[in-house]
Design a protein around this ligand. Structure first.
Ligand code: FHN
Length: 395
């Protein structure tokens, strides 16, 4: 009953907002293009890779940003090779890449002109990482998108919320100033690198759901930010773990199959009127590079995840955390290479299809269905991912 009420309230809110807002033609076309891509690579990378303890390290040990930030003076990823990364991603069958332009620590991976020097230009490396990646993606025909953290553990104008308080204390901030900063940075990102979407994360620092009722303690004035992004013909996605808003173009689910309602998405009903993306990790439990984490998913598991998502009419965004020298973890590269072999043989059942559902069978296997025109693809995922998914075609 509780869930039903929350669900209806969320849907009502989404419909009410939708009445005021109609996506333009470019927007609908860009959404379709995004949905047809079905498989992307997520990259969590920043100076935290040098600590080799994941992207939440600063927060986990409660380090002040001045001390934490000193590691930027040692950031020199000499092995970074955008072309090689993109070759590996394309070979895996990915059609797009989404990279953390700026994570919660506030470090920007491009030479932004609008911050106070906490960016790649102020490291010994100096090279424009996003610029190089953008060029390599363009040349290879992959779409590049940018993750952008709204939560910030460093700036004085960011109003501290439930998660950021551990590093910022009760800092009041100045949201008008912070919003202006975000918009300037996002403008740079779009004008310089032309991403397909801006992928927000961190709004949840100021929101929580109690018994189906959302409580928010900051008005992010998202309409202004979303309108600005749309005015530059770029899509908006937000990993806010909340019911989707009218002006968000893609519905995101973190480490959860869309609509399953476990973990982060328990208060996040699936809305079927726009593209959906599930993000997940190739190294279980790890987004940013963590040296002692060795629990890689198998190629069979990653292929199963792609199939489950496609059957649920969703994209899969699979994360990799490069290390501080700019290398992708070797095992992740091997896994992706095997995934690519499967995708080359079976991609017809995945790319540009519509999902028709996923069921669990009595013997522990799963059956997913996708469709393209009159062709139906029946995909069988073996129990426990003990083998690769198999595809049967009918029309
Ligand atoms: O806090 C982040 C986390 O570091 C990572 O970026 C993931 C990716 O979806 N999102 C946040 C948690 O929701």
């Amino acid at each position: 009953m509780k869930t039903t009420l929350a669900f209806s309230a969320a849907l009502a809110a989404a419909f009410l907002l939708r009445a005021d807002y109609a996506p333009e033609k470019w927007n609908l076309e860009a959404r379709d293009k995004f949905a047809a891509q079905r498989f992307g690579i997520f990259i969590h990378w920043g100076i935290y890779a040098n600590y080799a303890q994941g992207e939440w390290y600063q927060h986990q040990i409660g380090m002040d940003s001045e001390t934490y930030g000193r590691i930027k003076d040692g950031f020199f990823p000499s092995k970074f090779d955008a072309k090689e990364w993109v070759r590996i991603f394309k070979d895996a069958g990915a059609k797009y890449v989404t990279i953390t332009s700026r994570h919660h620590d506030g470090f920007s991976l491009w030479p932004t002109k609008v911050d106070d020097g906490f960016n790649i230009a102020e490291t010994p490396f100096k090279r424009d990482i996003l610029g190089e990646l953008s060029k390599a993606c363009d040349e290879a025909g992959l779409q590049l998108n940018f993750y952008y953290s709204q939560m910030d553990w460093r700036r004085k104008d960011y109003p501290a919320g439930s998660a950021s308080r551990k590093v910022l204390g009760n800092q009041k901030g100045d949201y008008a100033s912070y919003k202006k900063f975000m918009i300037s940075q996002i403008g740079e990102l779009i004008d310089n690198y032309h991403p397909g979407n801006i992928w927000f994360d961190g709004e949840w620092d100021h929101a929580r759901c109690e018994k189906g009722v959302w409580k928010r303690d900051l008005d992010w004035e998202l309409d202004d930010i979303y309108d600005f992004i749309h005015s530059k013909k770029t899509l908006v996605a937000s990993n806010n773990h909340q019911p989707i808003r009218a002006k968000e173009d893609i519905q995101l689910f973190e480490r959860d199959l869309p609509g399953e309602g476990t973990s982060f998405s328990k208060d996040q009903p699936l809305v079927h009127d726009r593209p959906v993306e599930q993000c997940d990790v190739i190294q279980k439990n790890v987004w940013g590079y963590r040296i002692n984490e060795r629990s890689f998913r198998t190629p069979e598991e990653v292929c199963a995840m792609i199939c489950r998502c496609a059957a649920k009419d969703s994209n899969l965004l699979m994360n990799i955390g490069p290390d501080g020298s700019g290398r992708l973890p070797a095992r992740a590269v091997e896994v992706l290479s095997e995934v690519g072999k499967w995708m080359r043989e079976n991609g017809e059942a995945i790319y540009a299809t519509r999902g028709c559902g996923l069921v669990k069978n009595a013997d522990g296997s799963e059956t997913g269905k996708t469709k393209k025109g009159d062709v139906v693809y029946e995909i069988t995922i073996p129990k426990g991912c003990k083998g690769y998914p198999t595809v049967k075609t009918s029309s």
